[in-house]
Design a protein around this ligand. Structure first.
Ligand SMILES: [Fe+2]
Length: 165
């Protein structure tokens, strides 16, 4: 993990480095996902979430600062795997509507990972008495939840039916 984990603060920072890496990779992947989306609403959802992700990265940097640590990313194999799968779907799915359904599924897998991570980080920040940090992380958690809900709505609204037709 690049550092010995001797305390809850260390564990918090290791996890923060993991999500810092994840957000940066997501930020890099979202333009390709937006380009490959056919539904204008889905395209827009990915574009909007890219802007949000940019701010989420800034929030993580603020949290590092509040913990007296410099921002450092720690490679997260989980997110690398999820994003590699999203790329595979984009590269191998021929039908546009089926590709949209696959992109939504990939997007939601990533969102659920982030929701799990931020939930943990918020709980640990509170445990460590870092109220400002937990408030910042909570803002991000709410954005991830909103994005997840929006993707569900898009899938259920039309995209899945079109893909199945
Ligand atoms: Fe995020």
């Amino acid at each position: 993990m690049g550092m010995p984990v001797k305390s809850m603060k260390d564990l918090f920072l290791v996890t923060l480095r993991d999500i810092y890496y994840a957000e940066k990779q997501i930020y890099k992947s979202l333009p390709k996902m937006a380009r490959n989306a056919t539904s204008p609403e889905l395209k827009q959802a990915f574009e909007k979430h890219r802007e949000e992700t940019d701010k989420q990265i800034d929030r993580i940097e603020s949290v590092f600062e509040q913990f007296g640590a410099s921002p450092r990313a720690l490679r997260c194999e989980a997110i690398d795997g999820m994003l590699a799968e999203a790329k595979e779907i984009m590269d191998e799915t021929v039908d546009e509507d089926v590709c949209d359904a696959g992109l939504i599924a990939s997007g939601q897998t990533v969102e659920h990972y982030e929701i799990a991570r931020y939930g943990t980080l918020i709980a640990w920040a509170e445990l460590l008495g870092k109220k400002e940090s937990s408030a910042l992380l909570r803002e991000t958690l709410e954005e991830e939840k909103r994005t997840d809900r929006l993707l569900s709505e898009l899938a259920m609204g039309q995209i899945n039916e079109k893909a199945a037709a």
